[in-house]
Design a protein around this ligand. Structure first.
Ligand code: ADP
Ligand code: MG
Length: 445
């Protein structure tokens, strides 16, 4: 579930108190599923509903992701729904070319904590959240942001226009690269032999594991050496810890996690989306549609380009998280038109009849452009062009936001000839745009 979290869960671990009746299924490496067809290799990730494992498919002799749902009835119900959505997605896209994850199989697995629905999905790589962490929470180069945006929008266009599905929980964790950032984590690129049985069931199990781990570490060291070699040939001495290169990482990605998705004409939840990616119409309860995904997508694009979340509201004394969130939206994007502000079922909780917030007064109105330049040190040109793309997606009037299809047509996504390079100037490193047709160099004094 996007809005709650288990007490002992942290960002990296799912929390052991959820391994109980009705909760997660505990998996050991080498465990087999579906009458021996799939064998667990390592944990890939987790969510509030499930843990996800890399598994070896003995039938296809390939790797898959095994999503094992918590067992309590509400989770089983959610998994059945997710399977229905994923099946529609797979049926409409047999060649899996639409940048949305593909469902391969599903089955039930009974364990000590109950019966768990399991989904077998195509194996994908790291999430965009891991990509941003890998980049030490610095914004990605805009060309890289563009590449990612195109994939996500293509996926959204398929979901929205092709199938009538709203994702409702778009965020960095729910968009996965097709490949892993670290090649040693990719079972195919690293040519690691699959684990076919539980190590402890095998007298040499412990030894085998040690050998695998050692090999993985060796490979990681060699890969690191290769990368620092490339850097030092560029004139540096060794690799400064603060610099990471994302070059060479394939940025193609797919949308995952359809646990909360719905058909636009069959909605069941009023409160959708994870807080930071939640649209104003959902906070105000004025009804939502595909355009709610476009709002979340815009938050994602901003986060990729800056390395920071666009909205991180916190409740305070005398005002709620919701009101803080609405205040932030207005400070970054301008005032919410009165008609919109007072038009939702919950509007009266936050706005007076003039369309002003009840508890947070004296807002500091700014603009996206200014935020990008002042806080994130974008060049004026970059900020202006990026804000021209992003601004309309943040329209407070949902019907006015461009569709995914329209976003894909925007010139900002199609600046094919622009190549961003870094050049040294006297004042330090400056980012400049080098166009094929025009040469635009701006070096600050
Ligand atoms: P939940 O519904 O519990 O949030 P998700 O579908 O979001 O579950 O999966 C949880 C995490 O598992 C993801 O954030 C990701 O790290 C990992 N994961 C999910 N699907 C895949 C996949 N197909 N390939 C690789 N990793 C995956
Ligand atoms: Mg998730």
């Amino acid at each position: 579930m996007s809005c709650s979290s288990s007490s002992s869960a942290s960002e990296d671990e799912e929390g052991f108190d959820s391994y109980r009746k009705g909760g997660y299924h505990a998996v050991r490496i080498g465990d087999s599923f579906s009458a021996g067809r799939y064998i667990a290799q390592r944990k890939l990730g987790w969510g509030e509903f499930s843990t996800v494992w890399l598994a070896y498919d003995t039938t296809s002799s390939g790797y898959v992701a095994l999503k094992i749902q918590k067992s309590a009835p509400q989770f089983a119900q959610a998994a059945l729904h997710e399977i229905e959505v994923l099946s529609a997605i797979a049926n409409g896209d047999p060649s899996s070319s639409k940048y949305v994850v593909r469902l391969i199989d599903h089955f039930k697995h009974t364990g000590p904590n109950g019966q768990h629905l399991c989904m077998v999905l195509e194996f994908l790589g790291d999430s965009l959240l891991r990509l941003i962490k890998h980049n030490r929470y610095k914004g990605l180069e805009l060309n890289k942001v563009r590449e990612i945006c195109k994939c996500v929008l293509t996926g959204l266009d398929y979901l929205h226009r092709g199938l009538g599905i709203i994702h409702t929980d778009l965020k960095l964790e729910n968009i996965l690269l097709l490949s892993t950032i670290n090649a040693t984590k990719d079972p195919i690129r690293s040519r690691t032999a699959p684990i076919l049985e539980r190590p402890e069931g095998n007298p040499n199990g412990g030894v085998t594991m040690n050998i695998i781990e050692k090999k993985l570490k060796q490979r990681a060291r060699r890969a690191a050496a290769r990368i620092s070699g490339r850097r030092s040939s560029m004139g540096g001495v060794g690799t400064p810890k603060s610099i990471r290169s994302l070059d060479g990482i394939d940025l193609k990605c797919k949308v995952v996690d359809f646990g909360n998705a719905c058909w636009a004409d069959k909605q069941f939840a009023q409160e959708i989306q994870t807080r930071q990616y939640r649209s104003p119409e959902v906070i105000l309860q004025s009804g939502y549609s595909f355009s709610a995904d476009i709002w979340s997508f815009a938050c994602i694009a901003f986060e990729l380009a800056t390395g920071e979340m666009m909205f991180t509201p916190k409740g305070g004394e005398g005002f709620s998280e919701d009101e803080d969130h609405l205040a932030m939206m207005m400070e970054f994007l301008g005032k919410i038109p009165r008609k919109i502000a007072i038009g939702g079922a919950r509007s009266k909780d936050y706005f007076d009849r003039h369309g002003d917030l009840k508890r947070i007064r004296r807002l500091k109105y700014g603009s996206l452009d200014k935020l990008l330049v002042d806080k994130y040190r974008f060049s004026e040109t970059d900020a202006h062009e990026f804000a021209e793309f992003l601004g309309p997606l943040f329209d407070f009037e949902p019907e006015k936001r461009p569709t995914a299809e329209q976003c894909l047509q925007h010139p900002w996504l199609n600046f094919k000839n622009l190549k961003r390079t870094e050049v040294k100037s006297e004042s330090g490193v400056e980012k400049v745009n080098v166009g094929m047709s025009k040469l635009q160099i701006k070096v600050g004094k």
